[in-house]
Each structure stands twice: as structure tokens, then as C-alpha cells.
Design a binder for this molecule. Structure first.
Ligand SMILES: NC(=O)c1ccc[n+]([C@@H]2O[C@H](COP(=O)([O-])OP(=O)(O)OC[C@H]3O[C@@H](n4cnc5c(N)ncnc54)[C@H](O)[C@@H]3O)[C@@H](O)[C@H]2O)c1
Length: 439
């Protein structure tokens, strides 16, 4: 064990290590809270001044982090936020939790990782451990972060400083599996990096799962999310096939799910959403393309999933047609805009494509979502209607895109003249009702 490793391990053990989290979003803020609760002094560096200002009042802007918990940590001085990257000079342990979106071309956008690493490189010093949490393609930590952190510093990784990757697995809105108790995979650039990063995270999280390298940790995350994306693609295609066959896909899924082994239930829907599932597998296929390999399962599932909003809009058009109404000029209410139930996150939500397509076809579109008061899109912007049931009653057709649990579906069913239910939110009540078209 190098002397730097020993010193740092002691600082982590006695909680004198200064922890810094770069990026205080859906991932970084809960992580900062967990470290602060474990007794570390934590500073979050966040370029968005408005987030810093809100946080320093003890208010939370992330649904999964309760304000009362945050207030206590901020008041005790254990959790602070700043826009000033120079505090990295005094950091002992740094987690990088910045976004990894796609460019318009569909290629990975590593600009946030590059910017955060450049800041880290300015202040890199002996005796610091750096962990990248942002989802990315295998090789990013070694090929992108490592050279930037070593080229001007002359430091040796695994001896002077330590570098690892640990994918975040948070599932926003979930209360049984949280940042604290969801097992955390960690892989370092060297064995010493794995050991030290694991030791740090073990102080604050219930279970740490060390793997042999940063690349294994990066790839494990992509396997998890690719697995979900492909299974959702499969079940979406099942819905399309059942429709052609005149079969009820929901009944068939429930029947298959009675098998006690070898089957995992996935449900169809209006398309993929969120920051992870639609995007992460494309990081993997992009990397493989550079190695002359086509990730066929990913491409196929992506094609099916991205086609779902158009499929849903066709269902709306057909349902209106049955009533003798053209889509153009008809009043369509989109129920739920978030990418999944009970969250306030609209990133990549299929509701955006569905609303856009409906508008393109000349429908008069409104939406309701208790968690998304307004949507600003490149080509359009809308405000959530205040009263769901009243608007449902006034619409020619409603399309249930997000099955929030707060909705009173009995009332929606009672008051709406025509419904396309993409989530089986109405359940058995919608089955056999001629006003309801199910996916
Ligand atoms: N949200 C999820 O459910 C989830 C789950 C698992 C993994 N992830 C992954 O975690 C990463 C972060 O996702 P998120 O949902 O927290 O994103 P987010 O957009 O909510 O938060 C990222 C934060 O980083 C800040 N930021 C941007 N550039 C920065 C820089 N140079 N230095 C410091 N901060 C910077 C942004 O202002 C923002 O507040 C992504 O790679 C994502 O794929 C997200």
C-alpha cells in the first residue's frame, strides 16, 4: 500500500476526508446527502447558481431528497454547495455526477465529463480519490479521465492519486431501493484504486460490489440498461403483434408472468423515456461501431421503441376516425407527461414526441401532469391544464401517456368520451368498454 493510500484511508476512516460531489442533480444530490449523513463534510460543486441558492436554504429540488433532511445537513455545516471549483484544491474524495446526454446526431455528448475533468485536472494533487458516476461507454475513465488527470500533474495513478468508476443505479421515485441500499459496483484503474474507492463508499452505503476494472464497472451498467431497453422493445413489439392478431397483450403478459421461473415481466408503453434507458445503450453501440461491430439487438430495440409515439398517435387517429372525427381540429388531451409515474422528470419522455406529432397533424392539444406545470419544447410550449377531469370531459379523445398514481382513473373513464390507454392504467375497467382503445 502506498503512503498516499494509507493516509487517505485513515482520513476516510476518521471522517476528516473532505468530500466533493461535482454536479448536484438527480444523482449527485442524493449521493452528497448520503456522504454527509455518514459524517463527512461534503461540498457540492454545481455550475447552476439557482440550484446552489435553493440548496443553501435547505430546500430540496430533487423529489427523492426530503427538505427536512437537507435542512439539518445544511444547518449543521456538513453539506454545502458552491459554484466555485477551486474548492477542489482541498478535496480528498471526489465523485463526478454530471450529465451524459446524446448529441443531435445520436452520438455520445461527453462535453460535461470533459469540462468536469478539466476542472479536476486544474486542482489534482497527491492523496485524492476520484470516482466517475456518470453513465458512459467502457473505456471512458481510462481513456478520457486518466490522461487529463496525469498529463500535467506528473502524478501516478494507484500510488499518488486514485481513480475509479462506479455507476449510479438510482431509480427516481422509488422508496424501497435507494442510493443507500442499492448495491454499488465499483471498478478502479488499478487494484489500489478499486480498494480505496470501495473503502470510501463502504463508509456510506450498505453494499459495495468491487469488480476487477473500471471498464467492467462501466460495462455492467450498460448491460443493466441495455437489458431493460431490449426487453421493453420486445414487449412493445409483442403489443404491435397482438394488435394485428386481435389479441389482448395485457392479458397475455399477465398469463406469462404466472410462470414462477425464467420469465420477467415487462410492460409495453408509448415509448422509452428518462435520462438512462433510451440513451445509455447508444453509448455502447457507438463505441462498438468504432470497433467495426454493429450492436444489432440495441439497434432493433431502439427502432421499435422510438416508433412507439407514432404508433400511439396512429391509434388516436384511428379511434377518432371510428367516431367520424378527423384528428385535425380535434381536441386531444394528453394525460401525464413525465417519462414515468410519480416523477417530475420529463427528459426524453415519449409525451414530448406524442404531443409534437399530434400538433403536426393539426390536433388541438392540451396536457395534464401534476408534476410538470409547463413544457418548453424547441417548436412549441404548453401549460398543464388545471383540472384533469374537466378537460377530459371537454376533449374529443384523451391519451393516457403516464399512469401517475394520484389520478382518479374511475372519474377519467366516466367523463372522457374516448380514451387511448397506453399503460393499461384503466385496468379491467377499460377492458371491453368501447370508448377505450388499449395498446
Ligand atoms: N437520473 C437518473 O435516474 C440516473 C440514474 C442512473 C444514472 N444516471 C446517470 O448519472 C449522470 C447524472 O445524471 P443526473 O440525472 O443526475 O443529471 P442532472 O442533469 O440531474 O444533474 C447533473 C448536474 O450536473 C451539473 N453540471 C453540469 N456540468 C457540470 C460540471 N462541469 N461540473 C459540475 N457539475 C456540472 C448540472 O448543472 C446538473 O445539475 C448521467 O450520466 C446519468 O446518465 C442518472
Amino acid at each position: 500500500m502506498s503512503s498516499q493510500q494509507k493516509i487517505l484511508q485513515e482520513k476516510i476512516q476518521d471522517r476528516s476526508a473532505n468530500v466533493v460531489v461535482l454536479g448536484l442533480g438527480y444523482v449527485g444530490l442524493p449521493l452528497a446527502v448520503i456522504f454527509a449523513e455518514a459524517g463527512f463534510k461534503v461540498i457540492g460543486v454545481e455550475p447552476d447558481q439557482s440550484k446552489v441558492d435553493i440548496l443553501m436554504t435547505g430546500e430540496s429540488y430533487v423529489q427523492d431528497v426530503h427538505s427536512d433532511k437537507l435542512t439539518k445537513l445544511v444547518n449543521s455545516g456538513n453539506l454545502k454547495a458552491t459554484t466555485d471549483f477551486s474548492i477542489l484544491a482541498g478535496a480528498d474524495a471526489v465523485s463526478i455526477c454530471v450529465p451524459t446526454p446524446l448529441r443531435k446526431t445520436g452520438d455520445p455528448d461527453l462535453s460535461y465529463i470533459l469540462d468536469a475533468t478539466d476542472e479536476m485536472a486544474k486542482y489534482i494533487h497527491p492523496g485524492v480519490v476520484v470516482v466517475l458516476e456518470s453513465t458512459t461507454y467502457p473505456g471512458t475513465t481510462r481513456e478520457i479521465l486518466l490522461p487529463k488527470l496525469t498529463e500535467n500533474s506528473g502524478l501516478t495513478v494507484g500510488e499518488d492519486f486514485f481513480l475509479a468508476f462506479s455507476p449510479e443505479r438510482v431509480d427516481p421515485g422509488r422508496e424501497d431501493w435507494t442510493t443507500y441500499n442499492t448495491p454499488k459496483v465499483i471498478g478502479g484503474i488499478t487494484p489500489a484504486c478499486s480498494d480505496l474507492a470501495s473503502f470510501w463508499y463502504q463508509q456510506a452505503l450498505e453494499t459495495v460490489v468491487p469488480v476487477s476494472s473500471a471498464e467492467s464497472a462501466e460495462m455492467a451498467k450498460l448491460l443493466e440498461n441495455t437489458f431493460r431497453m431490449i426487453n421493453i422493445g420486445l414487449v412493445n413489439e409483442m403489443a404491435i403483434m397482438c394488435d394485428r392478431l386481435g389479441l389482448d397483450v395485457w392479458e397475455i403478459i399477465d398469463a406469462a408472468a404466472t410462470k414462477p421461473f425464467g420469465f420477467m415481466k415487462f410492460t409495453p408503453g408509448p415509448g422509452l423515456g428518462g435520462h438512462c434507458i433510451p440513451i445509455d445503450p447508444l453509448y455502447l453501440s457507438w463505441k462498438l461501431r468504432a470497433l467495426n461491430y454493429t450492436a444489432r439487438f440495441i439497434d432493433l430495440a431502439s427502432e421499435i421503441n422510438t416508433g412507439m409515439p407514432r404508433y400511439v398517435v396512429n391509434k388516436v387517429q384511428d379511434a377518432l376516425n371510428e367516431q367520424g372525427l378527423p384528428l385535425k381540429g380535434s381536441k386531444v388531451l394528453v394525460i401525464g407527461a413525465a417519462y414515468k409515474p410519480d416523477v417530475d422528470d420529463i427528459r426524453e419522455s415519449p409525451a414530448l414526441d406524442i404531443i409534437g406529432l399530434l400538433l403536426q397533424k393539426g390536433a388541438k392539444v392540451n396536457y395534464h401532469d401534476p408534476y410538470i406545470p409547463t413544457i418548453f419544447h424547441e417548436d412549441w410550449s404548453l401549460e398543464s391544464v388545471p383540472n384533469l377531469i374537466e378537460s377530459a370531459g371537454n376533449a374529443d379523445c384523451a391519451v393516457i401517456v403516464t399512469d401517475h398514481t394520484v389520478y382518479d382513473y374511475d372519474q377519467v373513464l366516466e367523463r372522457t368520451p374516448l380514451i387511448v390507454d397506453t399503460r393499461n392504467a384503466l385496468g379491467d375497467a377499460g377492458k371491453g368498454d368501447e370508448r377505450v382503445v388499449r395498446l
